[in-house]
Design a protein around this ligand. Structure first.
Ligand code: AHR
Length: 330
């Protein structure tokens, strides 16, 4: 009887081929399906987890073969993944860039290989816009402005818009588009109020545990200087949740003793708003999978698509949180 465990001549040739020339082009393996290589940033927040789920589900729904790589928040890993997608000869590359800068060389490589690139969620700083087909995602600066306006309204309602106030900004990943743009948008509004001083502005990398530790440290520093913190602006809801735990551990009431505003609109943020611990959140919709897959199909079929697609989003405040909670999809 033939021993099926022994490598036959064909498998020997395939292995030798892989060793010499690298992996076979994906289109030689996944017959008939469009192949999308997607480099995801990581799993730093509930937003990101919902985004990855949406992408994976939408790929199945659209009949697209998805090669999904998690970069664990490292740009080097994203560049490595994109280079491997080029080697695999995928039909389309998409990625959510962890930072705004540093993509030029790898995008040139994709262009030279004739593979279209879609930016999802975050934009990049790149003068040559022929290096990507489209950007699908939120307007982060608009989000920053909306959350700034919400804070101004809250202060007016409490007759505190002229009072001397100390603010803490918990920034997202340094150098990322949402951290840069939300900061700019927020201070476009808040910068007009000279009575509001920034006590600290530090990065929690969009992570809840980082933000909790950071906020504890900042509250201790403030207390040592006999300074009250009045406002926290967190660049995402998970960091706001971390700040809430830190504020409570100091015996203070989040949402009352310290006003809290943030961005994303995750379900847990609505729970916190309903409990009066968070004052408002500006939605940033992570459910981009269906839009991405439509763009991939269009691009792969040679259709022209808009250079920028902005996701429509809403501001939510504590008074509507209970009614909105059952409708939240992430
Ligand atoms: O790029 C979108 C941002 O990235 C979200 O606000 C944040 O939660 C995520 O990690």
């Amino acid at each position: 009887m033939r021993n099926s465990n022994k490598p036959n001549a064909i498998s020997f040739l395939v292995i030798a081929g892989i060793l010499i020339w690298g992996p076979l082009p994906v289109d030689a393996r996944i017959k008939g399906k469009i192949v999308l290589g997607f480099s995801q940033i990581g799993a730093e927040s509930a937003w990101r987890v919902a985004n990855s789920k949406s992408i994976k589900e939408a790929a199945v729904e659209a009949g697209i073969h998805l090669v999904f790589e998690d970069a664990q928040q490292k740009q080097a890993n994203q560049i490595k993944a994109i280079k491997s997608f080029i080697l695999q000869k995928v039909d389309v590359i998409a990625f959510s860039p962890v930072t705004q800068d540093g993509w030029h060389d790898v995008l040139i490589q994709a262009k030279n290989a004739g593979i279209p690139v879609i930016l999802l969620d975050r934009a990049i700083e790149e003068k040559d816009d022929s290096l990507y087909t489209t950007i699908i995602g939120s307007d982060f600066r608009f989000e920053g402005r909306k959350i700034g306006e919400c804070l101004v309204d809250l202060l007016k309602k409490e007759n505190r818009s002229g009072a001397a106030l100390n603010l803490v900004e918990l920034q997202g990943t340094i150098g990322s588009a949402p951290a840069i743009q939300r900061n700019l948008g927020f201070f476009e509004i808040i910068g007009k109020y000279k009575n509001i001083k920034t006590f600290r502005s530090e990065s929690g990398d969009f992570k809840e545990t980082n933000a909790k530790q950071l906020m504890e440290k900042i509250l201790q520093e403030a207390s040592a200087q006999k300074t009250n913190i009045d406002i926290v602006f967190a660049h995402n809801d998970n960091m706001a949740l971390g700040a809430i735990s830190a504020i409570e551990s100091m015996g203070l009431k989040p949402g009352k003793d310290i006003l809290l505003v943030s961005v994303d609109g995750i379900r847990e943020a609505f729970v916190a708003m309903d409990q009066g611990k968070l004052n408002c959140t500006m939605e940033c919709n992570p459910l981009l999978g269906p839009q991405l897959m439509k763009a991939v199909l269009d691009v792969a079929n040679g259709k022209k698509i808009p250079k920028r697609v902005v996701t429509p989003e809403n501001l939510y405040q504590a008074d509507t949180a209970k009614a909105e909670l059952p409708k939240r999809k992430y």
